[in-house]
Design a protein around this ligand. Structure first.
Ligand SMILES: Cc1cc2nc3c(=O)[nH]c(=O)nc-3n(C[C@H](O)[C@H](O)[C@H](O)COP(=O)(O)OP(=O)(O)OC[C@H]3O[C@@H](n4cnc5c(N)ncnc54)[C@H](O)[C@@H]3O)c2cc1C
Ligand code: SF4
Length: 510
């Protein structure tokens, strides 16, 4: 019996379940750069380069390991424009008895692949993606009967399950599950942040860059200064580099933002973990070893592991538990279009300009920029969840629906009614000023609220609080905001609301 083994662009590891028990003589691996996957959103050019180049390198590795590989390179005139068409073409040629693949990460593609056995008239075996630490079923069992899902409790289960940062007695190392309270320092330039880990483009990557520039010229972002790793070996070096140079300060400055530094002490590993070049459990273990070896403090290591073992697994479980309905949620009834400056960075708001400009150049912005700047603004301004979700899916090298959607729709937009997060991450300019040095170079004044040059986040924050009183007034975590709002003089409240209205009317000119 001969199998066609389909490997998707975010499944680039020899440990992927689809390859297990394969017969290198008889089976054929299929990998394809297809129009439908490259164009269903306005993917950042660097993301396309990263994935096409990493796929080409991985295909070579498989061939070197003795696999027969059918690889379709991208060309706009390719006859097969979808994965289904590529597989159908292979079935015609190859005398195959079965298609094998590992479950994909997006509902959109999952729906298509689930129909292939009928559409192609061939058995299609879809294997679980064992790279995740919690299976879909395990997450569903944990979530069963809970009205609201809280990451912290799921994370503790994962700590117990894996033994990561656990004592032999079953207690959390350092006697605490969570050291988040220690992770809120502003960064003032010291200690210096390490330059990001770089891999210079080789011949394959250089070729891909040329093709992406030619065929995807109208996509967001730039290919200039491409320096991502595109092989598992280089991604492993990126992990070592992070552990040595950034992890020790990761915790302290996890929430910091800087006008001069794009990357600070973040790992920049998500593009590799999400595409299969790095294994999430191995990444967590490497960080834990750094703590046991005295090379990084507990607040950094626990904070880092929580992001992967906690948040990453949590949002993935939540996505599969609630799709497809989750994508349509809009509980705050938002209807405003996404301002054009999200695509250009052309705004006088310094924090927004900096976050969007870094996104355009790097296909990367760190978590706090995504959450508290571009996300916070979209929440305060009441942007349609669908439009802001599309933006996040397009612009980051690590963006895949399963991780982007819960982060944007749930964590940022609170569009799921608080299912993922107990309160919206809404904040005024004061928060951004506390965690960054953007405000001192901004056209707007962060300490003003109602004047023409006042920071837009300030009035928009109170406008948001006021217009969603029915949604949040009974939320115990929001009580203080409403007391603060009600305490203000009526004329001040009226001026804030008026300024908020004007900002929303003139949103494109901010
Ligand atoms: C609005 C919004 C959209 C986001 N979209 C994505 C996305 O499309 N893809 C993506 O991988 N992450 C997304 N995140 C989560 C997070 O911002 C990125 O994982 C992180 O910025 C990647 O950079 P890093 O590798 O330097 O992360 P670090 O700060 O070094 O964190 C370490 C790792 O933890 C994981 N992680 C951290 N936070 C989260 C989280 N909230 N959810 C899932 N994993 C997390 C990532 O794998 C990351 O590599 C989003 C967050 C927000 C608020
Ligand atoms: S003043 Fe407001 S808009 Fe300007 S950087 Fe600060 S928070 Fe952003």
């Amino acid at each position: 019996m001969a199998n066609l083994i389909l490997i998707l662009g975010d499944q680039l590891t020899t440990d992927i379940s689809a390859l297990q028990n394969g017969d290198r003589q008889r089976d054929r691996v299929v990998m394809a750069e297809v129009h439908d996957e490259a164009s269903y959103t306005n993917h950042h050019k660097k993301k396309l380069v990263l994935l096409f180049s990493a796929m080409r390198h991985f295909a070579r590795q498989l061939e070197a390991d003795g696999w027969q590989v059918h690889y379709q390179h991208y060309h706009p005139d390719n006859e097969a424009q979808s994965l289904e068409a590529v597989i159908a073409g292979q079935l015609r040629d190859a005398g195959v008895d079965r298609v094998i693949t590992t479950e994909c990460g997006e509902w959109r593609l999952h729906e298509q692949i689930s129909q292939w056995h009928e559409r192609l008239g061939m058995p299609v075996e879809i294997r679980p993606d064992t790279r995740f630490i919690a299976s879909k079923q395990e997450f569903a069992n944990w979530a069963e009967g809970r009205k609201q899902l809280r990451m912290e409790f799921f994370y503790r289960e994962m700590r117990k399950k894996t033994g990561l940062l656990m004592t032999p007695e079953g207690k959390p190392e350092g006697d605490q599950w969570n050291f988040d309270a220690d992770n809120r320092r502003k960064w003032t330039g010291k200690p210096p942040a390490p330059a990001p880990f770089r891999v210079e483009p080789d011949a394959i990557t250089t070729e891909v860059i040329k093709q992406v520039d030619e065929y995807f010229a109208d996509h967001f972002g730039t290919t200039e200064d491409f320096h991502f790793a595109v092989t598992a070996d280089d991604a492993a070096q990126a992990l070592d580099y992070f552990i040595d140079f950034a992890l020790p300060c990761f915790g302290d400055y996890q929430d910091a933002m800087s006008d001069d530094e794009d990357w600070l002490f973040h790992s920049i590993l998500s593009p590799y973990i999400n595409s299969g070049l790095l294994d999430p459990m191995a990444v967590c273990e490497a960080a834990a070893q750094a703590w046991y070896g005295g090379r990084a403090p507990i607040n950094a290591v626990e904070g880092f592991i929580r992001q992967i073992l906690g948040w990453r697994e949590f949002v993935r479980g939540l996505y599969w538990l609630n799709m497809p309905g989750y994508a349509a949620e809009n509980r705050l009834g938002n209807s405003r279009a996404l301002p054009w400056f999200y695509w250009t960075g052309d705004t006088k708001m310094r924090c927004m300009h900096k976050a969007i400009d870094a996104t355009r150049r790097n296909a990367y912005a760190h978590h706090i920029q995504r959450l508290m700047v571009t996300g916070n603004f979209a929440l305060l301004a009441g942007i349609k969840p669908e439009e802001i979700c599309d933006w996040y899916l397009a612009v980051y090298a690590d963006a895949y629906d399963w991780v982007e959607l819960p982060n944007v729709l749930g964590m940022v937009m609170h569009a799921d009614g608080g299912y993922l997060g107990s309160k919206p991450y809404a904040a005024s300019g004061k928060y951004i000023n506390r965690m960054s040095d953007h405000c001192k170079s901004c056209h707007y004044k962060v300490n003003k609220s109602t004047e023409g040059d006042a920071c837009p986040f300030n009035a928009l924050y109170w406008h948001f609080i006021d217009r969603h009183r029915d949604d949040f007034a009974n939320n115990p975590r929001m009580g203080m905001m409403y007391r603060n709002w009600d305490k203000q003089k009526p004329e001040q409240r009226a001026a804030l609301l008026k300024r908020g209205e004007q900002l929303l009317i003139n949103i494109e000119k901010l």
